[in-house]
Design a protein. Structure first.
Length: 261
């Protein structure tokens, strides 16, 4: 798989209420939700070929985001041709460095029968995202009332994915304490939104959720998985490596520090 195609699949898996082609850049916006991946501009594959065209396109994109009341955030993937040149141009334009991420993949991974059975017993995987899953998603991730409401609002946006989405819920005594969701596209399962309630961490919840999502995807003929994890999250990286994920490539963000006045 061309990593550029995998970037496209992963970007398309993030739901944003506003999307536009602005000067050849793929621009996504969710003005009510502060999550980077909902509010990101993706440069075109030929971004490094002409600096004048790049600068003009970047100016159009900046104005588009400011019109939405948002700061400019650009995703820079190491799969982009001459990505380091593009990155240097963005830095010269005053955009700071944020949140480096590994994109990790697992292909045709054997999962032991007992692991699958354990996941089936503990994790419910539903086709499509519903209101109940979105509510539990916000509660598991926690925070104050505003943070919970925002996470739940993002969860509700996922209903737009229809049966491409898989919502996983790990329950203890009837209460959801672990969540994750998958998005199916072009033979890949993207795994997103992994979260475990604090009092249930380091008890294998995340492993069961991943196995359950992979098994549900296999039942629909999908054998390849990918996920994204910030490079400073050593615990999560170690967990995913134990689940046979390997680093494919990475990306980071270049962004304005503040939204426009």
């Amino acid at each position: 798989m061309d990593p550029r195609r995998l970037d496209e699949i992963a970007t398309a898996a993030t739901v944003s209420p506003i999307e536009a082609d602005v000067g050849g850049w793929w621009c996504k916006a969710a003005p009510d939700l502060p999550f980077r991946r909902c509010n990101v501009a993706v440069p075109p594959v030929d971004a490094a070929e002409d600096r004048m065209l790049f600068v003009d396109g970047l100016d159009q994109v900046r104005r588009w985001y400011h019109h939405q009341g948002l700061r400019l955030i650009v995703q820079v993937s190491t799969a982009l041709p001459e990505w380091d040149l593009v990155d240097a141009w963005l830095e010269a334009a005053g955009l700071g460095f944020e949140a480096p991420v590994h994109l990790m993949t697992a292909q045709d991974v054997f999962v032991c029968d007992q692991c699958v059975e354990n996941a089936r017993q503990r994790v419910e995987v539903a086709t499509g995202i519903d209101e109940g899953w979105a509510d539990a998603y916000g509660v598991v991730f926690g925070g104050g009332p505003v943070e919970v409401a925002r996470t739940q609002a993002y969860g509700r946006m996922l209903t737009a994915l229809g049966d491409r989405a898989l919502g996983a819920s790990y329950r203890v005594d009837g209460q959801v304490v672990g969540v994750g969701f998958g998005v199916l596209d072009d033979g890949w399962l993207g795994i997103f939104g992994m979260g475990t309630a604090p009092e249930h961490r380091r008890q294998g919840v995340a492993s069961h959720v991943v196995h359950a999502l992979q098994e549900a995807a296999r039942q629909r003929g999908v054998e390849r998985s990918y996920l994204q994890v910030e490079t400073d999250n050593a615990g999560a990286i170690r967990l995913y490596e134990e689940l046979e994920f390997v680093i494919s490539h990475g990306y980071h963000y270049r962004s304005e520090a503040e939204p426009p006045r």
